[in-house]
Design a protein around this ligand. Structure first.
Ligand code: NA7
Length: 556
């Protein structure tokens, strides 16, 4: 459907179209402009920020420490922005995105409130034609999909969801003016990261909150606090080391105790297979030494840094120890033992679903105005005009919050009709996404994905991974222009090899044991394929491909 009102449609030929104005798309605009390219970006949102534009629910924060959730491509930029807390709030991250957009005049290359509908490649001209819901139709040599991994909110498949008489909200599409729950009784459905972050804040305001939990998740306290000048100074004093580590290996050194050491040993052990690397990096611990290490992680408030707990993601015994330890902490945090038991995850090894980082989440269940409904036993039957009906009873509420997640990693890409004479993305990915290096797809020349499936993406620092991919894309386009080339695409055989490698590496870990959104399990009918790349030294592998004259790519 084409939007009738508004601006004149854009026509003509450009060098590059970028879809999405989050942190990936914003940097892509800057970087491709530096190459002298004529660039046009489109985004559905009303401003920059991507996922941080849409996810405005109460309590929304990044679970990566603010100092490392920043662009690193300009040291000036790093020094011009001051983060105020250990974990930045959504409004502060959005303000940062806007600050960058102003500083580099990025908005002049972006059309907002514009959804890309289709992208079709013409083999005879080696050009893409991109159409939008505002009637734009532009041709471009290069197409950069900066569409984000968590940008397609998932509406729950609950009967009667549209019959509710009161307001409903999805955490991933929160109203810009905010929501006042004062005096209201609220149902929250979903206890992933968005539910876990928002429930304590909603409970502090609302008259009553009923939480419908289908699957409990592991969550550890953020211990968030204001950053001090001393901390910021120490950070900048160590900046060269940090940048070397982050930009070299893609590993973040800020989160887990000893992570810097492990990152360094990982860099040194680049050629070994992943399992061996993990084995060489960390010995299995036992007895007192194990308990001591667990307590160190807990005391260090490492958040998602728990993923760096020795061998946790490859060794069931170590994982059980960490899982038991954190379950024990839930028991300490929740007064009612029955409620505590229901909040303890037992269905997946810790870390194989994203570890949540909370502020007073479990303690919230000690409040008189909060009730947990264990939707595994007491299944939700339907939404009624008055509230939520389970197999046991009706819960009448004034408002419903759906914290039900996203069609992750592939949802946004597949929402656009992307095709060439040889490949239609929706058909090509019918059995799961197939990419070469998570960057390109065979049969879709000159289409680059930022943090695509088959790259570390959601298991890494997303700003850093976006930077890596944008710089690769810019380097590749620069090389092509220098060589007089107009077309690049992966060779199908090399794409198959990469897909097999991504799967093989995942199988050496515990990740496939969880029904997570990493594997598409949250979307009925979505193929079960583990999407992020969990092997070591991804950046080294990408570099090696370039150094071997773009091995596995066909350039013409
Ligand atoms: P998640 O992590 O996908 O969580 C979604 C939650 O919604 C999860 O608890 C689901 O339970 C629940 N859900 C979904 N559908 C239903 C129905 N029909 N009934 C009951 N409960 C349901 O999404 P988030 O937005 O919290 O977090 C996504 C990422 O954003 C997060 O990992 C961070 O990286 C940032 P289920 O597990 O399916 O039983």
């Amino acid at each position: 459907m084409v939007k009738a009102e508004g601006r004149e449609p854009i026509r003509g030929e450009l060098d590059a179209v970028i879809v999405g104005a989050g942190f990936g798309g914003m940097y892509a605009i800057h970087k491709l402009r530096e190459l002298g390219l004529r660039v046009q970006c489109f985004d559905k949102a009303g401003d920059v920020g991507g996922t941080w534009y849409w996810n405005r629910y109460p309590g929304c924060r990044c679970d990566i420490p603010s100092l490392s959730y920043s662009y690193t491509w300009s040291q000036d930029l790093l020094r011009e922005w001051t983060w105020t807390e250990k974990y930045a709030t959504q409004p502060e991250i959005l303000a940062y995105a806007r600050f960058v957009a102003d500083r580099y005049d990025l908005r002049s290359s972006i059309e907002f409130e514009t959804a890309v509908l289709s992208a079709v490649f013409d083999d005879s001209t080696n050009l893409w034609t991109i159409t939008t819901d505002r009637g734009d139709s532009v041709k471009a040599r290069y197409l950069v999909m900066a569409t984000g991994c968590l940008s397609m909110p998932r509406q729950p498949d609950i009967k009667g969801a549209d019959t509710f008489r009161g307001p409903t909200y999805h955490t991933g599409m929160w109203p810009h003016e905010g929501v006042d729950f004062t005096g209201k009784s609220v149902a929250v459905i979903g206890t992933g990261s968005s539910g876990i972050q928002s429930i304590p804040v909603i409970a502090a305001q609302a008259k009553h909150v009923t939480v419908f939990q289908r699957t409990p998740n592991f969550s550890v306290p953020a211990n968030n606090r204001p950053l001090t000048d001393e901390e910021r100074k120490a950070w900048f004093d160590n900046l060269p080391n940090y940048l070397r580590m982050l930009r070299g290996t893609g590993m973040d050194v800020t989160e887990a105790p000893g992570a810097a050491r492990r990152a360094a040993s990982a860099a040194a052990a680049q050629s070994a297979p992943p399992q061996q690397q993990r084995g060489s990096m960390a010995m299995a611990l036992e007895g007192e030494a194990l308990q001591k290490r667990l307590q160190e992680f807990w005391d260090a408030s490492t958040g998602t840094g728990w993923l760096g707990f020795p061998r946790m993601l490859v060794d069931k015994t170590m994982n059980n120890a960490a899982s038991d330890f954190v379950r024990g902490k839930i028991a300490e945090r929740v007064k009612d033992p029955d409620v505590a038991a229901r909040l303890m995850p037992h269905d997946h090894p810790m870390g194989t679903k994203r570890i949540c980082v909370d502020t007073e989440y479990f303690e919230t269940y000690n409040r008189d105005n909060v009730r947990l409904v264990d939707a595994r036993d007491e299944k939700i039957v339907e939404i009624t005009p008055k509230g939520v009906r389970t197999i046991a009873r009706d819960y009448d509420v004034d408002a419903i919050v759906f914290a039900t997640g996203f069609d992750a990693m592939t949802g946004a890409l597949l929402s656009i009709d992307i095709r060439s004479d040889h490949c239609d993305l929706r058909t090509a990915w019918r059995d799961g996404p197939k990419t070469y290096l998570g960057l390109m797809v065979a049969g879709l020349p000159n289409l680059f994905m930022l943090t695509g499936p088959g790259s570390p993406s959601v298991l890494s620092n997303m700003i850093s991974s976006n930077e890596h991919h944008v710089e690769w894309v810019a380097e590749t386009i620069g090389y092509m222009r220098q060589q007089g080339l107009t077309r690049i695409e992966p060779e199908p055989e090399w794409q198959e090899r990469w897909v097999a490698h991504v799967n093989k590496v995942a199988e050496t870990t515990l990740f496939p044991q969880a029904n997570s959104w990493y594997i598409g399990a949250n979307i009925p009918g979505k193929p079960r394929v583990f999407m992020p790349y969990v092997g070591m030294n991804y950046r080294g592998k990408v570099r090696a491909v370039v150094q071997e004259n773009y091995k596995g790519f066909a350039l013409a």
